[in-house]
Design a protein around this ligand. Structure first.
Ligand code: SAM
Length: 272
């Protein structure tokens, strides 16, 4: 890969989060972590030089990959020329319309990506909010972000990202990846997170999102006070809920499990 990058005089752009992978064993392991089979359509975000794309294309039925940097075009075309099952799209993934994305990936698909770290959270929310038929997400993220995603209630890392993602699927860290595995090496270590998405849709989704976002907006304050202030819900209404859940009336958002946030959303939908 390095020869190819030199051949086209490619310069890494820090602003695009360009830290590429080259280790074939690691790339194969990511494909295995994602559980990719010959029946799968894979969406990759950020092709880089195409090292992960190659491994995915060897196993999957089809790979659709988005890349923002058109300087990578000749490198990718050369690196991926033997794969007929890869669709390369040179576009800012954040600007792809929900309809165009769905047209590319079809009815069911899996996401596998070594994400550009500067937009990890917006990409995750875009995927969860704008797509249908997404089965799983397997992504390389900054180690600290991975730890936030899988954090249980009561943990200091537990917050909006943990609750939102654990509500959508079963989240686990598959492996830790040291910074020296990347070219160029970033300043942080990374990890592979796998999210196996649930198939059911939650009836009180919009209330759930409101309660979680507002609940954590003032982390140190008691949940009853925060929701009174931000959503205009009477403090007593929240107290009744907390009592039913055997939680202290002074509970803060970080003390509620994901299931308790779901119960709170259903309770507020019925009682407000
Ligand atoms: N998949 C490659 C690998 O594993 O070696 C590259 C991963 S690198 C961490 C992230 C890639 O995402 C870079 O190639 C970068 O140019 C691309 N990228 C950054 N922002 C993007 C965006 N908004 N839309 C699409 N691709 C983007």
């Amino acid at each position: 890969m390095k020869e190819l990058l030199n051949k086209y005089q490619f310069h890494f752009k820090k602003g695009y989060g360009q830290n590429f992978l080259t280790d074939t064993n690691l790339l194969r392991a990511i494909t295995t972590d994602a559980g990719i089979t010959a029946n799968d359509v894979v969406l990759e975000i950020g092709a880089g030089a195409g090292a992960l794309t190659q491994q995915l294309a060897k196993v999957a039925k089809r790979v659709v990959v988005y890349e923002i940097d058109t300087n990578l075009k000749p490198i990718l075309e050369e690196n991926l020329k033997e794969f007929q099952n890869v669709t390369l799209v040179f576009q800012d993934f954040m600007k792809v319309s929900a309809q165009n994305l769905q047209n590319e990936v079809g009815t069911t698909f899996k996401v596998v990506a070594n994400l550009p770290y500067y937009i990890t959270t917006p990409i995750l929310f875009k995927l969860l909010e704008e797509t249908t038929g997404l089965q799983s997400i397997t992504i390389m993220v900054q180690k600290e972000v991975g730890e936030r995603i899988v954090a249980p209630s009561g943990n200091k890392e537990y917050g909006v990202l943990s609750v939102m993602l654990q509500h959508k699927g079963s989240c686990s860290i598959k492996r830790m990846v040291k910074r020296n595995m990347f070219t160029p090496a970033p300043k942080v270590d990374s990890c592979i997170v796998h999210i196996q998405l649930y198939t059911y849709t939650f009836a009180c989704e919009s209330m759930f999102q409101k309660v979680v976002k507002q609940g954590f907006s003032m982390r140190r304050k008691q949940l009853a006070n925060v929701l009174q202030q931000t959503l205009g819900v009477a403090k007593e209404t929240i107290h009744i809920f907390l009592e039913k859940q055997h939680l202290p009336l002074t509970a803060r958002a970080e003390e509620l499990t994901v299931a308790q946030f779901e119960a709170l959303a259903m309770y507020l939908q019925e009682n407000t």
